[in-house]
Design a protein. Structure first.
Length: 372
């Protein structure tokens, strides 16, 4: 869980400084950051030292950010903390002014912006405006949607024109009957129509972005429909079809693995004790408090997205700014007490990344070729 692996960075040093470009992967999708200034490149190496030195007060500025546009959702997926644990939070949309303050302070150093946390990003009416604001600072922006959102021609065109780098559509079934078992309250036909609309508008404009990834979270009840979903992705003309392991937070309940873990082992996030669904222990090292800066919809800087109750907030950017929060005394105290995966913080104790046997939650990616 390093920011970037040295083996990926070192061969690209000449290209980074001479051409201002850097290639990387996130969730197995390829990205290229361009127009990287000397200031941003220098900070990239300074901040990279954090994953080796792990100072209580991080060096430099963060290079990866995770931002929450909305902390509520229009669906009720049974394993999502948005509709269980976090629904006690006051429903909040990230104000454009707060996001603007965030980008104005650290945008000149960011390479990558992950534009989601808990909730449906497309519920924020300023989302496309925010994407464009970040893109103008040379940041690669990546977001995700359940696709059950109002997306007329004008909004779809605004999305394509925003400069968004890539967009995930969560499609966990090839039929409505299977799809709605997890995406409760959702309609598959609405999602597919929205995908078709964006692909068509992007093609008419002659653009390559946003790159569309149709992502399928593999569970016991839907794994039989993977071939159908793959064929559907090809028919729609998306760029990638990917398979992701299912997130089963123990906080939600017991017997989750028995209910949701797929039968095929290569689609599982965990290895189990023989004839049981007890997760085997696996090595785990977490770098989240150093790896990225995480901003929730209320303006709080938190250690990672799993601080869903804001119990360990480092500070609010509306009171003192981004870096004052990220390097605050509260942040310093948290990192001093953090043990790279063996923690008793509530957000760490039942972390779904713990004991994972896969390096990335996305376990398969296929570049699609459009079919008729």
């Amino acid at each position: 869980m390093n920011v970037f692996n040295a083996g990926d960075v070192v061969p690209q040093i000449p290209k980074l400084f001479w051409r201002g470009e850097f290639d990387f992967e996130f969730e197995l999708l390829p990205y290229r950051s361009t127009r990287i200034s000397a200031k941003k490149a220098a900070n990239f190496f300074v901040s990279g030292l954090n994953q080796y030195l792990r100072p209580a007060r991080p060096l430099g500025y963060p290079v990866i950010a995770q931002v929450e546009p909305a902390n509520f959702c229009n669906l009720s997926c049974p394993l999502c903390l948005t509709t269980s644990i976090t629904k006690s939070r006051i429903p909040t949309l990230l104000p454009f002014e707060t996001f603007q303050r965030f980008i104005d302070e650290c945008g000149d150093y960011l390479l990558h912006l992950i534009f989601w946390n808990w909730g449906e990003p497309f519920l924020n009416p300023d989302l496309f405006r925010m994407i464009a604001y970040a893109k103008a600072r040379g940041i690669v922006v990546h977001t995700s949607t359940n696709g059950n959102v109002a997306l007329d021609e004008a909004r779809a065109e605004a999305l394509v024109d925003s400069g968004l780098g890539s967009l995930v559509f969560a499609v966990d079934g090839a039929t409505q009957r299977t799809y709605e078992k997890y995406r409760k309250g959702g309609r598959l036909d609405v999602v597919l129509a929205n995908i078709e609309k964006i692909v068509r508008i992007r093609m008419l404009k002659g653009l390559a972005s946003p790159v569309i990834n149709m992502r399928f979270v593999v569970m016991k009840h839907n794994e039989v429909e993977i071939p159908q979903a793959r064929a559907l992705a090809a028919k729609l003309g998306v760029d990638f079809f990917s398979l992701k392991t299912v997130d089963m937070p123990p906080k939600i309940g017991v017997d989750l693995d028995k209910t949701y873990a797929p039968t095929k082992e290569n689609y599982r996030r965990y290895e189990y004790e023989r004839d049981t669904f007890q997760r085997k222990s696996a090595p785990f090292v977490c770098m989240r408090p150093w790896k990225r800066v995480t901003l929730d919809a209320t303006g709080e800087i938190i250690p990672c997205e799993y601080d869903y109750l804001n119990k360990h907030s480092f500070g609010n950017i509306n009171q003192g700014g981004v870096m004052n929060a990220w390097k605050s005394e509260r942040g310093v105290a948290f990192r001093k007490a953090f043990h790279l995966g063996h923690n008793e913080f509530y957000l760490c104790r039942d972390c779904t990344y713990k004991n994972s046997i896969v390096d990335d939650c996305t376990v398969e990616r296929q570049r699609m070729i459009k079919t008729t």
